[in-house]
Design a protein around this ligand. Structure first.
Ligand code: CTP
Ligand code: MG
Length: 181
């Protein structure tokens, strides 16, 4: 069923969706690259990737996974939908992978001459999902295979850009973010 697949996809990806949004709220302080530039004269990552944003974002994603674990049995009982429980290593991989994807995207943005905050269509919407899923596959292979079946992966890849654009437009509207992407 499509509804079931979508619910599982959103549930499984919540620990990956939360980190970037929390980083926007918690960010600031020392940039990860320490202000350093590469030979191309551009920053390694830029001021938009900070230690504090990354740490709080990752922690928030893990906490959300632990909260979902608490809600799991009640939710399955009520809905009959077999949403996953998160082993701690899967939770960490989903959350940190999302932050890492965003960081790698900034590295690519700087190498292609894009200033902080510049739009990078496609990459902005999917960077964190792809790296989050890859890291989770590496760190929690068995759990990944059971949870992310092909229909669920397809749902994630279709839904994520929609959710991502939606939340960023909201964050921009509320003045939490400098650009709506
Ligand atoms: N942020 C952070 N640490 C991260 C990711 C985000 O502190 N690892 C915070 C920063 O304050 C950043 C804001 O969240 O400015 C918005 O994140 P994002 O859009 O990813 O960064 P940009 O400033 O747009 O920079 P970039 O062009 O590198 O994406
Ligand atoms: Mg940005």
């Amino acid at each position: 069923m499509v509804v079931e697949t979508v619910v599982i996809a959103v549930w499984a990806m919540l620990p990956a969706y939360i980190p970037n949004n929390v980083a926007v709220l918690a960010g600031g302080g020392r940039p990860i690259d320490g202000g350093r530039t590469l030979d191309d004269g551009k920053r390694i990552l830029g001021d938009g990737k900070t230690w504090r944003g990354t740490a709080f974002g990752t922690a928030a994603g893990v906490i959300v996974a632990l909260l979902l674990n608490q809600l799991h049995d009640g939710f399955v009982g009520l809905s009959g939908i077999g949403v996953p429980e998160f082993p701690i290593h899967a939770a960490v991989a989903l959350a940190f992978g999302a932050m890492l994807g965003d960081i790698l995207a900034s590295f690519l943005k700087r190498r292609t001459g894009r200033e902080r905050g510049a739009v990078f269509p496609g990459v902005d919407q999917l960077d964190f999902v792809v790296v989050s899923l890859l890291l989770t596959f590496i760190v929690a292979t068995g759990w990944f295979r059971v949870t992310f079946t092909l229909p669920v992966i397809v749902a994630v890849l279709v839904l994520t850009p929609v959710l991502h654009v939606g939340t960023n437009v909201l964050a921009y509207a509320f003045g939490l973010k400098d650009e709506p992407w």
